[in-house]
Write a new protein. Structure first.
Length: 257
């Protein structure tokens, strides 16, 4: 999301919310993420497996061994927002096309997941990266439409300056810092090959870097009490210095409540 301030907003994108705001129309659909195929290669595996309590666990993983612009992996990844930039893949990594300045982060999300998930990523970090507000982002409960993108962004600054949790409200530039607020979660710098993880269960988001807790956040502890209650996992990038900060792999799995 970068270094800007928060802006209140309540636009929804095909999802539902609870709290002081009005619930939007629709819920995230049932289904499973399938194996992605594109071009001459194959990247990504997913599907449903037997879970506990009669529920099927939904999962998807990818090591980004295709070159795609934007990322698709057979239609598994999508971004239909017209006001934001795209995620691309090349040389075994995913990264953004966003160049900084505006809040049009690059993003892509999966589909068919329940609201509670855990996402684990392996970071790519080029030692020659310039100094700036470079971020990788794990997205939780995300959904989008032409001029709406909403969900929870868990970001990580390339130098460990911050690891914020941000609620996207829908419209371009409308977002709300939650948890520790702007600049929270800093002090743990990633390295090439670091594991960045985020999970959401009920109203709690937790983020980790190489097994070290970054933040635990109550997503309901905001002034307007608005909580996104459905949506899918995804990824995003702010700036990134032309692919010098991204993900080498991504794995998402649903969690039982």
């Amino acid at each position: 999301m970068g270094s800007g301030g928060s802006h209140a907003g309540a636009a929804t994108a095909g999802g539902s919310s609870s709290g002081a705001g009005t619930s939007g129309a629709g819920t995230s659909g049932a289904g499973t993420s399938g194996a992605g195929t594109s071009g001459a290669g194959t990247s990504g595996t997913g599907g449903a497996a037997a879970g506990t309590g009669g529920q099927a666990a939904v999962s998807y993983s990818s090591d980004f061994n295709l070159s795609e612009s934007p990322i698709s992996e057979g239609g598994v990844w999508t971004n239909v927002g017209l006001d934001w930039t795209k995620v691309v893949t090349a040389s075994g990594r995913a990264y953004g096309t966003h160049s900084g300045g505006n809040y049009d982060d690059s993003y892509a999300h999966l589909s068919g997941f329940p609201p509670d998930v855990e996402v684990s990523t392996v970071i790519y970090l080029d030692p020659g990266i310039s100094a700036n507000y470079h971020e990788v982002e794990i997205w939780l409960r995300s959904a989008d439409a032409a001029h709406n993108a909403r969900g929870y962004e868990c970001n990580l600054n390339y130098a460990g300056g911050y690891a914020e949790v941000v609620r996207w409200n829908g419209a371009l530039g409308s977002f709300t810092y939650i948890g520790g607020g702007q600049g929270a979660g800093g002090g743990h710098a990633p390295a090439n090959g670091s594991v960045f993880k985020a999970r959401i269960q009920g109203n709690t988001i937790t983020t980790y870097l190489d097994g070290v807790l970054l933040q635990t956040v109550d997503i309901g502890a905001v002034a307007d009490k608005k909580v996104w209650t459905d949506g899918d996992p995804g990824m995003g990038f702010y700036n990134g210095d032309a692919g010098k900060y991204g993900f080498q792999s991504y794995a998402a799995v649903s969690l039982a409540r």
